[in-house]
Design a protein around this ligand. Structure first.
Ligand SMILES: [Fe+2]
Ligand SMILES: [Fe+2]
Length: 450
């Protein structure tokens, strides 16, 4: 016990990450942390499987995929945001004189965006009536800096009254989460927490073994937060893989990917019995790189004694909370296109994903996507927790009642990241208590560790 207390003191812990509004049905928030996870049942329900429908990648498959995205997100815009379209784009364009004074609402998918001299955007929108309309979004509209190709939006505005050639937008509505929303939590839920780490990159010569061992020792200690943890979510890049980039083998200490997984599995076997790991793949894992990525193959899964495996993106219900885990490769495409999204602040990308209800809206960019029968990158149901890895950053934020966790890494600064100017945030564990909705962050790396 004495040694555990010393360990607790050595480890820099940062507490107090919570939502602005907390349900008042828990009289003593600290009691939710002092409960022992061991006293509560493990309750895991895996969500839908992804990346397993067989598509040829033909033009028709792509059309079907975008139609599915349009249909799903239109439903969100109508049912949740109350944005009923005034008609199809074809009907609206044919009857434009009806909408020079009273506004029209158009639901469509963004086909093209052009920046004007004034800083506004000329945006071409299409719907299933196979008609397009080009609308003007003013420079001071908040959407001007965030609209991307293939976004599904509702725009409300009016036609210029003389020729009808211009449609002036007053409002751009994304299939956003509404402001009053709050995730599940409170006294009906067990007082246990979910831990989040990511991107171990086991097999890489940059894997931070010392920091990993320090975390394992703490997880097996009687520290209050360690005892409260019921699950450990790891959203991808658990191993470093092989052949991910040219010259990759020079950065590996283990070049057999199956051995990388079996070692990772034995590392996770050291978790105390009250913690179940949840593992999903990322771009370094041994599954196809195109998203959605299916779950790891059965041969690899067999190595793991207690882990639950999901695809990427993955949905898993943990003790009543719907967790959305996404590796986060789609962030790579958002960083160059949105000023506020950076590799230091990837939670901003996660906010855009929730706003757009899509984890990788851009087709044909750096992040490869696979045309499944349904668009499985759509965020149809609002998650109770949203977590990403991939960026090797660390953040805990909230967006409209949804906690956003950017899970930290156990890989040091690689030459590739150095080249990009990225500074990884190494060795942070985030614990989110599902009852009191607070987060605690425990740091296992010394300051300045690279
Ligand atoms: Fe990674
Ligand atoms: Fe990654």
């Amino acid at each position: 016990m004495g040694a555990d207390k010393r360990l607790d003191r050595q480890i820099g812990s940062k507490f107090d990450y919570g939502p602005r509004r907390i349900d008042s049905d828990i009289p003593d928030l600290s009691a939710s942390w002092s409960a022992k996870a061991d006293d509560y049942t493990t309750d895991i329900t895996p969500g839908y499987r992804v990346g397993e429908t067989r598509q040829a990648g033909s033009f028709d498959d792509l059309v079907g995929l975008f139609n599915d995205r349009y249909e799903k997100l239109s439903r969100v815009l109508i049912q949740e945001s109350g944005k009923h379209p005034s008609g199809t784009i074809k009907q609206i364009v044919n009857n434009w004189t009806d909408y020079t004074r009273s506004p029209a609402t158009i639901l469509g998918i963004v086909m093209n965006i052009r920046r004007t001299k004034s800083g506004g955007r000329m945006v071409e929108i299409e719907d299933t009536s196979e008609t397009t309309i080009t609308v003007f979004v003013r420079a001071d509209d908040p959407a001007a800096g965030t609209l991307l190709h293939d976004d599904v939006v509702a725009v409300t505005g009016t036609f210029e009254s003389k020729t009808g050639e211009m449609f002036w937008v007053n409002e751009v509505q994304y299939p956003d989460i509404l402001p009053g929303h709050m995730n599940k939590g409170g006294s009906e839920f067990d007082p246990v927490s979910i831990g989040f780490i990511s991107d171990l990159h086991y097999g890489s010569k940059y894997f931070k073994e010392k920091e990993w061992n320090k975390m394992m020792k703490w997880l097996n200690s009687s520290a209050e937060t360690a005892k409260n943890l019921k699950y450990l979510v790891i959203p991808g890049d658990g191993v470093d893989g092989i052949g991910i980039y040219p010259g990759h083998e020079n950065n590996l200490i283990e070049t057999d990917v199956y051995k990388q997984y079996s070692t990772l599995a034995s590392m996770l076997d050291e978790l105390p019995d009250h913690i179940t790991p949840i593992l999903s793949p990322g771009n370094h894992d041994a599954v196809r790189p195109a998203e959605p990525q299916p779950v790891l193959e059965a041969d690899i899964q067999q190595d793991f004694n207690s882990a639950i495996h999901t695809g990427n993106p993955g949905r898993v219900n943990l003790s009543g909370l719907d967790v959305l885990t996404y590796h986060g490769k789609g962030i790579d495409d958002m960083v160059p296109l949105m000023n506020h999204v950076t590799y230091e602040r990837p939670a901003e990308a996660m906010k855009e994903m929730l706003r757009k209800r899509h984890m990788a809206p851009l087709w044909g960019e750096r992040n490869a996507l696979s045309p499944e029968e349904e668009d499985q990158m759509v965020i149809m149901d609002k998650p109770d927790i949203f977590v990403t890895g991939h960026t090797h950053a660390h953040q805990v934020e909230w967006y409209r009642g949804v906690p956003l966790i950017v899970s930290s890494t156990f890989q040091g600064l690689t030459d590739f990241m150095k080249m990009l100017g990225n500074k990884p945030k190494i060795g942070y564990l985030t614990a989110y208590n599902i009852q009191n909705r607070q987060s605690r962050v425990i740091k296992f790396a010394e300051d300045g560790v690279k």
